[in-house]
Design a protein around this ligand. Structure first.
Ligand SMILES: O=C(O)c1ccccc1NCC(=O)[C@H](O)[C@H](O)COP(=O)(O)O
Length: 400
């Protein structure tokens, strides 16, 4: 029988247990295993994918490995943990605070005859965005197992054609002299709860189109936003002409293929989550599939990283801090001042002001700051007639 002992120190909490026997345990020689750490060359999503291909996930999402024996299994877990930490270190060096979900939980540590695990050793999300991302990591791993990417690629042939998302925003901006509107089909959000009880995504999308929206954003995350890929597909199949942004938390290129076969014309990439290499790689995949990428930033560091990436056409400035939910529309102005604004104009990048826009004054404020498009959810989706909501938001009928 193993004896188990829990020790609560100030923090963190550590639980010890005596190791069953020397024969059953693999004592990692950390200097050696650290030296032999696999140095990945492909982008993060793929590096993680390659490691995870050796594991399967149970219904509740917990990972199970199928090792030949216990010590090999533990060695693999340790390696996965180390690779995960290494990837998080690379991300952190770019100012990314969102860590990726440790695939198998933290490894056991060994001191003499004891093995122990430090609770909260990186295995609890630190904020809502991190929680969403960790949940998405699990969700995508499950979906990928059911439909690997080669199957999705077959579906591309029958997908509806990709439409020009950026072109629609530019045309609307030219036609109205106001920022092109990306109207969001959003039932609920972590910060605001349920926004609209009676929610018919197709009806809302048609109302947005009638009200003059240039493009639509459709939330597909189910757990936190009560959205779905069925909503995206239904809107596309209903004949709505506005190009569609798949508003998803993309952590893996698999999701880009999936969005495309469900009828998306554009996808969102969040710089607070994805390192540069992933953004570059995913942008290339999008180009190959005819999708536009809206790359979202929230602070100067993220903006500078994205401006350093070749071929970026569309940048979203989120006024909402996704870690704290604080909304401040002056964030758009701040990120477009000085050299950054100048570079954006030189590169002819379309900037989208996102979140917290409720009045014609708000629209005027972000337009004066330099945006040529806006992404709006709450203020229009809550209105009984979302088409009228658009007219109220802009202070004029923009459908004409
Ligand atoms: O809206 C949230 O609470 C939220 C929480 C965590 C991650 C993302 C979140 N929202 C995504 C968005 O940025 C907005 O849906 C979008 O910009 C529209 O914002 P709003 O007009 O304020 O509804």
């Amino acid at each position: 029988m193993e004896s188990v002992m829990s020790v609560r120190a100030a923090a963190p909490r550590v639980s010890f247990r005596a190791a069953p026997s020397q024969a059953h345990r693999h004592v990692p020689k950390f200097p050696t295993s650290r030296c032999s750490i696999f140095i990945p060359r492909a982008p993060m999503a793929y590096r993680r994918g390659s490691i995870r291909a050796q594991q399967s996930e149970s219904k509740d999402g917990s990972a199970t490995l199928s090792p030949v024996n216990e010590s090999e299994g533990n060695a693999l877990k340790i390696k996965e943990w180390e690779v995960g930490n290494f990837q998080d270190e690379v991300a952190a060096s770019q100012g990314i605070r969102i860590r990726r979900r440790p695939p198998t939980g933290p490894p056991l540590h060994y001191v003499g005859p004891f093995e122990f695990r430090i609770e909260n050793e990186g295995n609890t999300p630190r904020n809502i965005l991190e929680e969403i991302i960790w949940n998405k990591d699990k969700e995508v791993a499950r979906m990928k197992e059911r439909r690997p990417v080669y199957m999705l690629k077959k579906g591309l042939e029958s997908a509806p054609p990709a439409r020009d998302f950026v072109g629609a925003l530019k045309a609307s901006n030219l036609r109205t002299g106001l920022p092109g509107l990306i109207a969001e089909v959003k039932k609920a959000s972590p910060s605001r709860g349920v926004l609209r009880e009676t929610f018919d995504p197709v009806e809302i999308a048609q109302a947005y189109e009638k009200g003059g929206a240039a493009c639509l954003s459709v939330l597909t995350d189910e757990k936190y936003f009560q959205g779905s890929f069925e909503n995206l597909e239904a809107i596309r199949n209903a004949g709505v002409k506005c190009p569609l942004l798949c508003k998803e938390f993309i952590v893996d290129a698999w999701q880009i293929y999936y969005a495309r076969i469900k009828g998306a014309d554009a996808v969102l990439l969040i710089a607070a989550v994805l390192p540069d290499l992933d953004i570059r790689y995913m942008t290339k995949i999008c180009k190959m599939l005819g999708l536009a990428t809206l790359i979202e930033v929230h602070n100067e560091r993220e903006m500078d990283r994205v401006l350093g990436i070749e071929g970026v056409e569309l940048i979203g400035i989120n006024n909402r801090d996704l870690e704290t939910f604080e909304v401040d529309i002056s964030n758009t102005k701040k990120l477009l001042e000085g050299k950054r604004g100048q570079m954006i104009r030189e590169k002819d990048i379309i900037v989208v002001g996102e979140s917290g826009l409720f009045t014609p004054d708000d629209i005027a404020y972000v337009q004066e700051s330099g945006v040529r498009a806006v992404l709006v959810g709450e203020s229009i989706v809550k209105k009984s007639d979302p088409a009228k909501g658009i007219t109220e938001l802009f202070g004029k009928d923009i459908s004409l």
